[in-house]
Design a binder for this molecule. Structure first.
Ligand code: SAM
Ligand code: SF4
Length: 330
């Protein structure tokens, strides 16, 4: 695999790209979307060919890991074709983040198409609570999806749980037992202030990773690991289970100094930081005349100069970023 040719002003190497393949979703999770959403018109959205071209260009610049996300990546039509194409690029890691609702029908096909790992969001094991958090989601479908993913033989499956105080924090012990039983990793996420959601007071809902770790610690010993994904998660092991327990803490622990990633929105905006608006319009390059691979490569290389040193999320619920998570590619 080529060494990454993407290094920013702070000496960080970028070798991980998260591609949002749609802004649409079959769920309306309260922390992610408003109940009524207006989605992008089709012509503003990158075609699958354009997304593949961006992916291939990043790989030529040394990217070793690609994650497809959204919105809900599995509601994008012909997503399997894109997975199959990117699956031929020889990536060290190729993953997807999904809400799991389509996995009963798609898990095996995704695995066959070359996807290596799955992150599946699961905020509650209580059907009513699950329905109230996701607004339109059905728990049983997602649980079936998790089983289908296990049967399909992925290299890794991880559950993602956004923990909300007074919302689902009391379910942390049950979620841990569930992950242990299913033998899948689990990561607890602090809610991030992305997108203005009028019905929601984010400051009030924040449950910090330290608080969640204390809850888990009352039931199981957590053994810190030195494992570094280059990202925001810190991982722990358990003495009596092979699973890993992760914590993503944009508020309470700043992870920017080891950041190795960039994101591309479904409109082709290359975002240099989750918590800042610095971006470059790749769609303009992709749709310009003539489009050359060299031009796309050079635009990406030059964009590294824009990667900011750190984000500045605050925990008082103020929204600093106007993009919704479904636009950003969580
Ligand atoms: N639809 C897929 C899913 O839910 O897994 C992929 C996209 S979703 C935006 C990716 C992840 O971001 C999910 O695990 C979701 O829980 C998380 N997420 C969404 N909005 C968030 C927010 N405001 N703060 C923290 N995590 C958030
Ligand atoms: Fe959809 Fe994922 Fe956002 Fe929930 S978190 S609304 S599943 S994109």
């Amino acid at each position: 695999m080529a060494m990454s040719k993407l290094t920013d002003r702070f000496g960080r190497t970028v070798n991980y790209v998260r591609l949002s393949v749609t802004d649409r979703c079959d769920f309306r999770c309260v922390y992610c979307m408003a109940e009524e959403m207006t989605f992008l018109p089709r012509q503003q959205v990158l075609t699958l060919e354009e997304i593949a071209r961006v992916a291939k260009t990043f790989v030529s610049l040394g990217t070793e890991k690609i994650r497809l996300t959204g919105g809900e990546p599995l509601v994008r039509k012909d997503i399997l074709e894109l997975v199959r194409e990117i699956g031929t690029y020889g990536l060290r890691d190729f993953a997807m983040t999904t809400n799991g609702s389509q996995l009963p029908a798609m898990a095996e096909k995704l695995r066959e198409a070359g996807l290596k790992r799955l992150n599946i969001s699961l905020d509650s094991l209580d059907a009513q609570k699950f329905a109230s958090i996701t607004r339109t989601g059905k728990l049983s479908q997602v649980l079936d999806g998790i089983d289908a993913a296990r049967d399909a033989g992925f290299e890794g499956i991880k559950l993602n749980t956004v923990v909300m105080k007074g919302g689902n924090d009391h379910e942390v012990p049950d979620l841990i037992e569930f992950a242990r039983k299913k033998n899948v990793n689990i990561t607890f996420i602090e809610e991030m202030p992305l997108g203005e959601i009028s019905e929601r007071d984010r400051g009030q809902a924040l449950c910090t990773s330290d608080e969640v770790r204390d809850i888990v610690g009352q039931h199981h010993e957590l053994i810190p690991t030195a494992e570094d994904s280059g990202g925001p998660a810190r991982y722990y092991r358990m003495s009596d289970s092979p699973i890993k327990v992760g914590f993503i803490s944009p508020h309470s622990h700043n992870f920017c100094s080891t950041c190795n990633r960039v994101r591309v929105t479904v409109e082709g905006r290359l975002l240099l930081c989750l918590g800042n608006e610095h971006s470059v319009d790749l769609r303009r390059v992709l749709r310009g005349h003539p489009v050359t691979d060299d031009k796309l490569r050079q635009t990406i290389i030059d964009s590294m100069d824009l990667k900011p040193e750190r984000h500045h999320f605050s925990s008082n619920g103020d929204v600093q970023i106007l993009r919704f998570m479904n636009m950003t590619g969580g």
